[in-house]
Design a protein around this ligand. Structure first.
Ligand code: NAD
Length: 429
């Protein structure tokens, strides 16, 4: 069921093909998404209502739930469910709060002082996926850093459920985060609404959140066609597990399946130093998969996945850096030997007792991460994603005397005389 390759047999071209994902060669997704974006621009709220009917199979009476309605929905939760969400909230809050840092002022020359200060992005849009599974955890992962950063307006969009509401977990998280409204909009149409604004939904400065291929494509399109920025292209989820002979095949199979159940386009890759381990993991997959409630989805995803047998942990790491996984699990007692070699990865889980699920929900790190090899250049969401760093400088009388002549020479060299003059008139004083 899990295709297996021998690293030795793969040439550079094979490897490139193996690590490629989410290709849309005929631009099919792009065409659909462009059409949705222009429809939302033209018809605003009405387009959102139409798409809710078409894709989410629900006839909405209004496009949002307000605070009172959310609080009522949240009452359906059991005390232990609320407690679990609160524990996750506290851990995520604690970890993200530590990211607020003050860099301090630097005197580059006597009298020339430079520094940076963070300011929150004023209006942010959070996309909470809700197609095949509702993800209150994503709401925590985006809402907590937005609150810590101090963003003034937080717009939240999530696909409506068949009931025409959001689920109680999402409603309770809205309460924890003190969110005023949740808009019923899913897919590319939600991204278009937050990028262009509609009668009900405000245009925002930056859009955050993972989603399926439609969501991700819409984010990449609006990033280049509007003034709204995006966190990163965070598409269908993926994991790469590096396992040596010290790994536990039961745990490894469970981790691969935890990824595979996300969606049929998710990918779960195993790189192992041991052929026996590959066989044992496949045997475990055959045992664990059929009994999952989302077996049908996981089975499809496993078909798109594979194992690679490598000769050493170093070779596994070489492959991993080429793949640039969203999640990397080092299922080995020897993980300390190779962490220094990690170059490209979104989030890393070390040792046999650290499943990705803990980071997905509650350990504290963020689960909104770059997929599809974007981990080569992007980081996951953090408080930094919700602020801009503004640079400041101040020049004293001593400072202008020190730095002035250097700037005059450089401006002269570039032929920019007005630049030079802005210094000369001050030096003359
Ligand atoms: P989703 O909310 O992303 O998408 C649901 C919406 O997709 C629907 O409301 C609908 O509007 C739209 N849609 C569905 N079929 C369509 C079609 N044929 N044409 C146009 N639009 C259509 O929810 P999902 O589908 O469950 O996907 C969630 C995704 O998020 C998964 O792929 C999961 O792997 C990913 N994810 C990624 C991360 C990350 O950090 N990268 C984290 C969590 C989840």
């Amino acid at each position: 069921m899990l295709r297996t390759y021998n690293y030795q047999d793969l040439n550079t071209e094979d490897l490139q093909q193996l690590v490629q994902r989410n290709v849309d060669p005929a631009n099919e997704i792009r065409t659909i998404v462009e059409d949705i974006i222009s429809n939302v621009r033209e018809h605003g709220d009405n387009a959102l209502l139409d798409y809710a009917r078409k894709f989410d199979k629900v006839q909405l009476e209004k496009l949002y739930l307000d605070k009172a309605e959310l609080a009522e929905l949240a009452q359906a939760l059991q005390p232990e469910q609320k407690e679990a969400l609160k524990t996750a909230y506290q851990n995520i809050y604690k970890f993200h709060q530590s990211q607020l840092s003050n860099e301090g002022k630097i005197e580059t020359m006597p009298g020339v002082t430079c520094w940076r200060e963070a300011r929150p992005i004023e209006k942010v849009g959070l996309y909470i996926p809700g197609g095949t599974a509702v993800l209150p955890s994503t709401f925590l992962m985006l809402g907590i850093p937005a609150r810590i950063a101090g963003c003034k307006e937080i717009v939240v969009c999530s696909p409506p459920q068949k009931s025409g509401k959001v689920n109680a977990f999402i409603a309770y998280v809205a309460e924890l985060l003190d969110i005023d409204r949740i808009y019923f909009a899913g897919g590319a149409q939600a991204i278009a609404a937050m990028a262009y604004g509609t009668e009900s939904i405000s245009k925002v400065d930056k859009i955050f959140g993972p989603g399926n291929q439609f969501v991700t494509k819409a984010k990449t399109i609006i990033q280049s066609t509007t003034t709204t920025a995006i966190d990163m292209p965070a598409g269908p989820s993926e994991v790469l597990v590096i396992a040596d002979e010290t790994a536990n095949p039961i745990f490894v199979a469970a981790d691969l399946l935890a990824q595979a159940e996300h969606g049929i386009d998710s990918q779960a890759v195993l790189a192992t130093t041991s052929e026996q381990m590959a066989e044992a993991v496949i045997a475990e997959l055959n045992k664990q998969l059929p009994v999952l409630p989302r077996a049908e989805i996981a089975e499809q995803a496993i078909k798109n996945s594979y194992a690679v047998v490598v000769s050493s942990l170093n070779q596994a790491m070489q492959f991993s850096n080429l793949y640039a996984p969203e999640h990397l699990i080092l299922a080995s007692e020897n993980w300390e030997q190779i962490t220094g070699d990690i170059i490209n990865a979104g989030s890393v889980f070390l040792g046999n007792l650290t499943p990705e699920s803990v980071g997905d929900y509650a350990s504290g790190t963020n689960h909104t991460l770059p997929t599809s090899a974007y981990a080569r250049a992007y980081s996951g969401v953090s408080v930094d994603s919700f602020v801009k760093k503004i640079t400041f400088q101040h020049i004293s009388p001593q400072g202008i005397t020190n730095i002035g002549p250097t700037v005059e020479i450089l401006a002269e060299l570039e032929g920019l005389h007005a630049h030079k003059n802005a210094v000369t008139v001050r030096l003359a004083k």
